[in-house]
Ligand binder design. Structure first.
Ligand code: XIL
Length: 375
């Protein structure tokens, strides 16, 4: 009896420690890519930045900011590729699937992009030319290296209509098709994505379906839709997540979860669920920042369960969902500490402020293990 018990405990020990060593990329190696957004310090592999965790755990990377227009193309005649080159070097060395974020967006794009030297609005043709030059220069430089691009980011309003951005008002609604066309010319082998937030909400999702169906019918080379996935503990429901992925699969698109995190803090009343409009900025109050001294265990467990529930849906749609990218690595550097309110203590990711895996990490890994046992 004693011996059997010892044997059983040994066996259990082996299983448990094997589990503890499992990485995200190995757990999901036959399911989908697992990615992380990299900030500048991580790209330059600064000590303590979390770049070691990225090498160990992830097989795909996206730059959090350094490929945005304002960073890579700050002035009309000036490109700055220093950080982007390092990003691509990091991905090449570590054999990672690289995603470029992002080519055409209304935020983090300088004002001059839409104006002539005198400050007057550009004509349609002049803006199209500027867009084409930018896309050819940036995508062309990393042709055959960066594997996929978020070509157009956040073109839709909550009600599913097209956002009246400068791109839209100056060029007209074909700016989206044009951006994809230019990206395809610049690297015919690259995957090309339409990326947006809160597509799980029905009105916006229907707008996206209509838009993407139309683009596909016109022969515009869209590979996949990117669901940003700036989630919280309640939104989106698993049913919403499921229906959203099913709807895009039904029109022949792949789906990537591109910016995953789960906000555990109280949502300010002015902010809608799933909203990720980066220009938003609200006032902090102690009630809206309750966990400055650590996350209560009940919330830690709720976060772990929430991650498991969402990964259950992603897994169900493996083959359609081909990548799940987290928007950051550890809670310390997550953008959610400063958005939509500056200076809060948030806990949205799988690694804590010391870089240690959280309960949510284990529950995500378990999803893969449990599921593949049935597979
Ligand atoms: C965020 C970055 O994480 C921040 O560092 C930056 O200050 C603002 O942008 N949707 C997107 C991302 O597509 O580019 C945004 O990233 C988050 C919302």
């Amino acid at each position: 009896m004693m011996r059997q018990l010892t044997f059983a405990m040994l066996l259990l020990g082996v299983i448990v420690s094997a589990d503890a060593q499992t990485t995200l990329k190995s757990a999901f190696k036959d399911t989908f890519l697992v990615g992380a957004a990299m900030n500048r310090a991580q790209i330059f592999e600064e000590p303590g930045s979390g770049s070691a965790i990225i090498k160990e755990q992830f097989n795909s990377i996206t730059p959090e900011n350094i490929l945005k227009w304002e960073r890579v193309h700050p002035k009309p005649e000036e490109y700055d590729f220093a950080a982007a080159d390092r990003f691509v070097e990091f991905g090449t060395k570590n054999k990672m699937f690289m995603v470029g974020h992002t080519l055409v967006w209304h935020n983090q794009t300088p004002k001059w992009v839409f104006e002539d030297e005198k400050g007057n609005p550009l004509t349609r043709d002049a803006l199209l030319k500027r867009m084409r030059d930018h896309i050819h220069t940036v995508v062309g430089r990393y042709k055959g290296k960066i594997n996929g691009w978020d070509v157009v980011n956040e073109a839709l309003n909550e009600d599913g209509t097209l956002r009246q951005s400068k791109w839209m008002t100056i060029i007209g609604e074909d700016y989206i098709a044009q951006a994809f066309k230019f990206a395809h010319e610049a690297d015919p082998k690259a995957e090309l994505y339409y990326n947006d937030f809160s597509l799980e909400n029905e009105a916006k999702r229907n707008g996206a379906i209509a838009l993407l169906k139309k683009l596909k019918a016109q022969g515009v080379p869209v590979t996949a839709v990117g669901l940003q996935g700036h989630n919280d503990l309640e939104w989106p429901t698993v049913e919403q997540q499921d229906a959203t992925i099913a709807a895009f699969r039904a029109i022949g698109l792949k789906v990537a979860i591109t910016e995953l995190d789960i906000d555990v803090l109280p949502r300010p009343p002015q902010q809608a669920s799933g909203d990720a409009e980066v220009t938003r900025s609200m006032q902090a109050t102690p009630q809206l920042n309750p966990y400055t001294n650590g996350l209560p265990d009940s919330v830690q467990q709720a976060l772990a369960k929430r991650y498991a529930d969402l990964f259950g849906i992603y897994y169900k749609y493996r083959g359609t969902v081909d990548r799940v990218t987290f928007w950051g690595v550890t809670d310390k550097e997550s953008w959610k500490n400063n958005w939509p309110i500056r200076g809060r203590t948030n806990y949205p990711l799988l690694f804590d402020r010391e870089g240690k895996p959280k309960a949510a990490f284990d529950s995500v890994i378990k999803t893969a293990n449990r599921k593949s046992a049935h597979h």
